[in-house]
Design a protein around this ligand. Structure first.
Ligand SMILES: Cc1cc2nc3c(=O)[nH]c(=O)nc-3n(C[C@H](O)[C@H](O)[C@H](O)COP(=O)(O)O)c2cc1C
Ligand SMILES: CCCCCCC(=O)C(=O)O
Length: 365
């Protein structure tokens, strides 16, 4: 049986230029991390509780002052106008209509102000977060922060899993290294060092450090999340540095191919953080039940990347709405089947590993 999401992916594949489909679908190296993200969810099972549910569940979650209708938000993905002419605007409207949070970013093909406007045209209190890579020149990072603040973004997501760009062999095969004429990373215009309307390249720097993060912290009052945390010691350091939230992520398997599946890294990070700040996860979430598993293992919410791109390429705003509504319905259904009333009712004792009987060392958590 083809799931609705897989069907959308097939439609997206038919509508996209093969090089662009592979850019979206692909991962680094042998795509082990990419594949494991999904397979690791499939290796887990939920032990449902009984006789304690509710006719109507509350699926909302509070995140850094924003509220989402479900614990599934939209992760930052680059270059939406490769998928659809309405690009990030369509994603913004659909995400706002679905009542959840959109993370736009440096590599958007639509300026952040226009993305926020599109979201707020659908829902005046829609929340949009801004993702950035720390740039080697602090004044460039600061200009991006000011741009996001001015646009009305309510949080900054700093991606820290990309000291260098991952090696994506699909892109190498296609020779896909540049955007087609007419498309650009619009947030990179008019920054320090460019002439009027000029574009800067997005830099990834292996020399980025906690000092750079501290500098960013001092630039803004917005909540700062670190995206791409996999080591529990880094999670502890981040808490000590005053970071507001973490996203357990391996960049959808596009950076370090030897990285673990995110849902397997999550429990140790959740333990290290011990509830002091929210922990989010992305990578491989394809069903509402995947979101439920991640929440049971300590996440406050999950992000989705590729599913949104498939919806966008297949059917524009409507396709993205379909993806988000599907995940919401599935999450609520899973919660009901697990005897839950709200996300907080999903707990670690409810997660076991398939193939190992529960109660006989079946749970590695
Ligand atoms: C095509 C594509 C572009 C991406 N661009 C970015 C980006 O610009 N910044 C970033 O932090 N993460 C980026 N990511 C990673 C996502 O934010 C997210 O971590 C990942 O897609 C989650 O995995 P999933 O696609 O399995 O849901 C990108 C992912 C994809 C697939
Ligand atoms: C040097 C261009 C950076 C674009 C970032 C896109 C991205 O993160 C990806 O995974 O692709």
């Amino acid at each position: 049986m083809t799931s609705p999401l897989r069907a959308l992916r097939l439609r997206a594949r038919r509508s996209l230029d093969p090089a662009h489909y592979d850019y979206y679908a692909g991962g680094a190296g042998d795509e082990r991390a990419l594949g494991e993200n999904e397979r690791a969810f499939a290796r887990l099972a939920l032990l449902p509780r009984i006789l304690r549910g509710a006719e109507r569940r509350d699926t909302t979650v509070a995140l850094f002052g924003d509220r989402a209708a479900m614990p599934v938000i939209v992760s930052p993905t680059a270059f939406h106008r490769l998928a659809h002419p309405q690009g990030e605007r369509a994603v913004a409207r659909a995400t706002a209509a679905a009542g959840t949070i959109l993370t736009t970013g440096m590599a958007a093909t639509t300026p952040v102000a226009a993305v926020v406007d599109a979201a707020r045209s659908e829902r005046p209190d829609a929340a949009v977060w801004f993702q950035l890579y720390l740039q080697p020149e602090p004044e460039v990072t600061e200009a991006l922060v000011r741009r996001a603040e001015k646009a009305g973004c309510s949080a900054l997501v700093v991606t820290v899993d990309s000291p260098v760009f991952g090696r994506r062999e699909r892109d190498e095969r296609h020779g896909f290294h540049d955007l087609p004429a007419g498309l650009a990373a619009e947030n990179m215009r008019d920054l320090p060092g460019t002439g009027p309307g000029g574009l800067r390249a997005i830099a990834m720097s292996p020399a980025s450090s906690w000092d750079d993060l501290r500098r960013l912290r001092s630039m803004t009052a917005l909540p700062v999340l670190l995206k791409g945390v996999l080591h529990p010691e880094d999670a502890r350091l981040a808490v000590a540095e005053g970071v507001d939230g973490l996203i357990v992520s391996n960049h959808g398997g596009r950076q370090l191919d030897a990285a673990p599946a995110t849902v397997e890294a999550l429990p140790r990070i959740a333990d290290a953080v011990a509830g002091r700040i929210p922990v989010l996860l992305d990578g491989g979430v394809r069903r509402g039940s995947d979101a439920a598993l991640a929440l049971a293992l300590g996440a406050t919410a999950v992000g989705v990347g590729r599913p949104v791109l498939w919806g966008l390429a297949a059917d524009g705003e409507k396709g993205v709405r379909q993806v988000l509504d599907l995940l919401h319905t599935e999450f609520d259904h899973t919660l009901a089947l697990c005897g839950g009333r709200s996300p907080a009712d999903l707990t670690r004792d409810m997660v076991v590993t398939r193939g190992r009987p529960a109660g006989t060392g079946g749970s590695p958590w």
